[in-house]
Ligand binder design. Structure first.
Ligand SMILES: Nc1nc2c(ncn2[C@@H]2O[C@H](COP(=O)(O)OP(=O)(O)OP(=O)(O)O)[C@@H](O)[C@H]2O)c(=O)[nH]1
Length: 428
């Protein structure tokens, strides 16, 4: 059974309750105290307030009684709806995009991450300004509308936003260029990259820590990791790899946010192997996996290429015996390379088998090569140690050194270039 077949065997749509639970989790991610939450069923969407007048009244009562300062709608709101609701409810109103932006704002740690979030924020605001302006314009008769304090103010705000956006884009460009230089340097160091992706809270950071012995912030918080983290690890047969932990994905991630994080996700785009970490104890696991695959496709990654993308079914320790058996059967029905890894990043179950599999997959991408450095080629020794895994070294009596190396194809090409440009290196 392929992954697509396995997925199609089960209903993947989220229940309203699961969506609500996720939204509550998002709010908790920035330490908001949740007073109340509810699913509202709406037959028609009201252009002015999204929800009907009866519901608005009901909410008003709850808000006044609970002294609630903020109301979050897990649904896109137009600028007009947001403003009207704020007035009616006498509380600040955010929609899902605004909430995610708030979370990203709190989490970003690197300069690039912070700039990206700020830019996404400004773009979000700009979209709202432009839309409300067109709305006003339409109300006052379109092209005939000239001057007036409202327009002047909005126009001024828009210009100010525009120039801020331009400034930020330039700054971001500079930061990215520096990072690309670093990356170019690293690419010359041909360690394969293994990137972790997954729905937010799936356990990527915990798995990353487990596999690398690192101590990355892992918490039961959505979007605990925002900036990519890289760490070098040596696998049991000596293969050196770089593990990369990235921002968690989420459904309905606003498109401009995906665009903003595209640069940060370059590690994923260029990774030799992608580990798609899934929380199989979450009732929503199938819908979450679908969302992740969609985002991978947006990044032009073939999520169904099982050579490249490996599914990790995490948190198996949370399953009861019958669920575990069901998941185990499902996994064993998925043949060969399609088969997912059942693990618990928490207890360490399944991690060794996963590391062996990573090493095996990488072995297909790395090759062994013998190199002899004569005395004239010794200056290349440090480059070799940086760029290859040295499996064996023999210091010969005539002063030359014989090395047995493991390198990626890219590294071998580089080595051939070195050989062609200088003396003292013999291959084979
Ligand atoms: N029981 C159990 N809990 C786990 C396991 N793996 C992770 N967790 C818990 O799940 C929560 C989320 O884990 P993280 O590693 O922060 O998840 P993440 O995918 O990096 O999250 P984001 O940063 O939001 O993308 C934490 O409370 C972890 O302790 C597991 O195998 N079993």
């Amino acid at each position: 059974m392929t992954r697509a077949e396995a997925a199609s065997k089960t209903e993947v749509r989220r229940s309203p309750d699961a969506k609500l639970e996720e939204a509550v989790g998002l709010a908790a991610a920035i330490n908001l105290e949740i007073i109340d939450s509810a699913v509202i069923t709406q037959r028609e969407r009201r252009p002015a307030t999204l929800i009907g007048p009866g519901k608005v009244e009901e909410l008003k009562g709850i808000i006044a009684a609970g002294e609630i300062a903020l109301v979050i709608f897990d649904h896109p709101l137009t600028p007009v709806q947001q403003r009207n609701l704020e007035k009616e409810l006498n509380a600040k109103v955010l929609d899902r995009t605004a909430l995610i932006l708030e979370i990203f704002g709190e989490r970003a740690r690197t300069k690039e991450g912070r700039l990206q979030v700020e830019l996404a924020h400004l773009n979000y605001q700009r979209g709202r300004l432009v839309r409300s302006w067109t709305h006003l314009e339409r109300q006052r008769g379109g092209a005939g509308f000239l001057g007036g304090p409202g327009e002047t103010q909005i126009e001024a705000d828009r210009r100010q936003l525009q120039s801020k956006i331009k400034g930020l884009e330039a700054e971001l460009d500079q930061v990215r260029r520096t990072r690309q230089l670093h990356r170019a340097k690293r690419q010359k160091r041909p360690h394969p990259i293994v990137a972790l992706v997954g729905y937010t809270n799936a356990g990527k950071s915990t798995l990353f820590n487990r596999m690398t012995g690192a101590d990355v912030f892992a918490k039961d918080l959505l979007f605990a990791t925002l900036d990519p983290t890289l760490r070098r690890t040596t696998l049991s047969h000596g293969t050196e790899i770089l593990f990369s932990d990235t921002v968690g994905f989420i459904s309905e991630l606003p498109t401009h946010l995906v665009a903003a994080f595209r640069a940060t996700l370059e590690e994923v785009i260029e990774a030799d192997i992608i580990l798609h970490v899934r929380d199989v104890a979450d009732p929503d696991t199938l819908a979450q996996a679908d969302d992740v695959r969609q985002i991978l496709r947006d990044l032009k990654i073939d999520a169904d290429d099982s050579e490249h993308v490996v599914e990790i079914w995490n948190k198996i320790d949370l399953l009861d015996a019958s669920e575990r058996e069901r998941i185990g059967t499902l996994a064993s029905n998925m043949s060969g390379i399609n088969a997912p890894h059942l693990v618990s990043a928490h207890t360490g179950d399944g991690i060794d088998a996963l590391l062996v599999d990573i090493e095996r997959r990488i072995a297909g991408r790395v090759a062994e090569i013998d190199v002899t450095l004569d005395s004239g080629g010794m200056s290349h020794l440090s480059w070799i140690y940086q760029n290859a895994s040295v499996l064996e070294r023999q210091d010969l009596e005539n002063g030359s050194v014989h090395l047995q190396l493991q390198m990626t194809q890219q590294g071998i090409t580089e080595l051939n270039r070195l050989k062609a440009s200088g003396t003292g290196i013999r291959l084979g």
